[in-house]
Design a protein. Structure first.
Length: 572
């Protein structure tokens, strides 16, 4: 039995892409490339390379061979050549039928995917028609207008009872659908959400999302293609996240807004538009904003060069191991008419040059704009009004975790309880009966942890808090709350306010004020256990030292900075 040539090439191309995606996923981790702007260009180049791989590689030309037919004759044995195309032989039965079944399944899957895409577009139209515009006299209208001016982009904001999470779509004019509870949300949350969606509009991300849906529909059977598109979408959201934090200068409210929508879109049918938050992206998006890892321009260019070489090697290996085959021709041996004639120049010139040049050229343009301008300065000056500091103290420290949620009714008793959602890593020390404080926005309520939910696929857990004191007037089911859980009380601890990028049990590079506060020098500080706003100091600082807690990643290349105190108000 012989495998049809089209199916053999489809399998070999799929293997090539899988091998290339495996190398592409490993190299950024090995070389610690974490800048989302660079990674977005990187993953897009990889997807484009995977799609054009059949065109930029040489095809193996099959030769016509004779089939040996044995015929008796008076003079002995006669060999009669029978002309026919060479085929790849497989040693299991009914392979032709299997190939046909796979072909039907692939085509049926494509039809279903494109039908779903068409219904999704129709659903978007219905959602827009059923939504209502936000009145210019509404309290949130001023915030939306301010965000339009700050992002320098216009879009129509509308309220919809059919969405649980913001949804942005459309070409002209673009539309942002907001859940009905948006006007009642905190003003800082409203600003962060509006800024996020307007940045998607400015970047034309819905167009990219739609194109990715088409690729997914056509190549639904290939997990490596789906994985590459998932990495593109994660990197795109991370780019928008960092831009939101830069424009609003409100990191904490934006993180809390993300957590509020961690379980969103539960009532929304699948639609071809990027959601405000995909649950499986939560951990990586939050981790990047809490601990953004800088990299010098020189090191980044060196890492990208090494990555391009690694990808060229992986592509060459993939093409040599799984060569595509062209049917034989009566004339010259050449690839099918759909393949460019220039590919026949040879594997070594086609694939490595195409891969290396494509990756270096595509990523290089993104690097120049994304990471340039961070050259080292001798001793930069920082305005004291743009930073915040704290003094290292010794005393008690209460370890706490904080999460967002809502008041719900308990399954067993029907009484109101507070249910919050936390990243799983924050629940490691949460235990039953630990004291908690619930902020209902109408007053504080004391309580205790009653139950921990099981882990979910997006690495979060729910925590139920029983209420020990009565609720304030007007507080009821579905009210949005935030809660603080007391994990542990520590005595005689050396601690300081929590720096922006500091995490538990880590070493951080901080600036310590010296010379009466007019200068600061970089010191390595070993940190221990954390609370919501404070962190334990294990080594590198002593009681009375004063350190800068704000984000100083702009000065990563400086070991000393000057503090400009000129604009600081003087005490009488």
């Amino acid at each position: 039995m012989s495998l049809p040539l089209w199916f053999s090439n489809l399998m070999f191309w799929s293997a090539q892409v899988a091998l290339l995606a495996l190398a592409a996923g490993f190299l950024p981790r090995l070389l610690e490339i974490r800048q989302p702007g660079v990674l977005l260009v990187y993953w897009r180049v990889l997807l484009a390379l995977s799609l054009v791989l059949p065109v930029i590689q040489p095809w193996h030309q099959l030769q016509r061979v004779g089939t040996m037919v044995i015929s008796p004759s008076l003079t002995g044995v006669q060999v009669i050549p029978a002309s026919g195309p060479a085929v790849t032989h497989w040693h299991f039965p009914s392979v032709q039928i299997i190939a046909q079944i796979f072909g039907v399944v692939i085509l049926a899957g494509m039809a279903v995917r494109f039908a779903i895409l068409a219904m999704g577009l129709l659903r978007l139209r219905q959602l827009r028609q059923a939504s209502s515009p936000i009145s210019r006299f509404a309290e949130c209208a001023a915030i939306l207008e301010e965000m339009r001016a700050r992002v320098n982009t216009s879009a129509e904001f509308r309220l919809s009872r059919d969405v649980d999470s913001p949804v942005t779509f459309g070409f002209t004019p673009p539309v942002v659908l907001l859940p009905e509870r948006f006007p009642s949300m905190n003003a800082r949350f409203q600003a962060a959400i509006a800024c996020h969606e307007l940045l998607h509009v400015r970047r034309h991300d819905w167009t990219h999302h739609l194109g990715e849906q088409v690729v997914l529909g056509a190549l639904w059977f290939h997990p490596a293609i789906a994985w590459l598109i998932a990495r593109i979408r994660l990197a795109r959201e991370q780019v928008v996240d960092l831009e939101v934090v830069r424009l609003t200068e409100e990191r904490k409210p934006y993180l809390e807004a993300l957590l509020q929508f961690a379980a969103g879109r539960s009532r929304t049918a699948p639609i071809p538009a990027p959601p405000f938050l995909v649950e499986r992206q939560l951990a990586e998006r939050v981790a990047l904003m809490l601990k953004e890892v800088p990299m010098s321009r020189t090191r980044l260019i060196a890492s990208l060069t090494a990555t391009a070489c690694g990808l060229a090697l992986a592509a060459t290996l993939a093409v040599l191991t799984f060569p595509l085959k062209a049917a034989p021709h009566a004339g010259q041996n050449r690839p099918p008419s759909g393949v460019a004639g220039g590919v026949s120049g040879g594997l070594s010139a086609g694939v490595p040059g195409g891969v290396s040049g494509g990756v270096r050229g595509g990523i290089g343009s993104g690097v120049a704009g994304g990471v340039g301008g961070r050259a080292a300065r001798d001793v930069p000056t920082v305005d004291a009004t743009t930073i915040w500091t704290d003094t290292v103290k010794r005393g008690p420290m209460v370890r706490q975790v904080r999460g967002l949620g809502a008041l719900v009714r308990a399954e067993d008793s029907g009484n109101l309880i507070a249910r919050i959602t936390l990243p799983e890593v924050m629940t490691q020390d949460v235990r039953a009966n630990q004291n908690a404080t619930v902020d209902t926005k109408k007053g504080l309520v004391k309580g205790h942890v009653s139950r921990l939910g099981s882990s979910t696929s997006n690495e979060t857990r729910s925590v139920d808090i029983a209420l020990d004191t009565g609720l304030p007037q007007g507080a009821g089911a579905d009210l949005q709350i935030d809660a603080t859980i007391d994990i542990e009380k520590l005595d005689n601890i050396l601690c300081v306010g929590r720096p922006v990028h500091a995490t538990a049990n880590s070493t951080a590079s901080l600036f310590k004020l010296v010379n009466g506060g007019i200068e600061a020098v970089r010191v390595n500080v070993k940190l221990g256990r954390t609370a919501v706003n404070t962190i334990e100091v294990l080594d590198g600082l002593k009681e009375g030292d004063k350190v800068i807690l704000s984000d100083m990643s702009t000065y990563d290349n400086a070991d000393r900075i000057r503090i400009n105190l000129q604009h600081v108000p003087r005490s009488e």
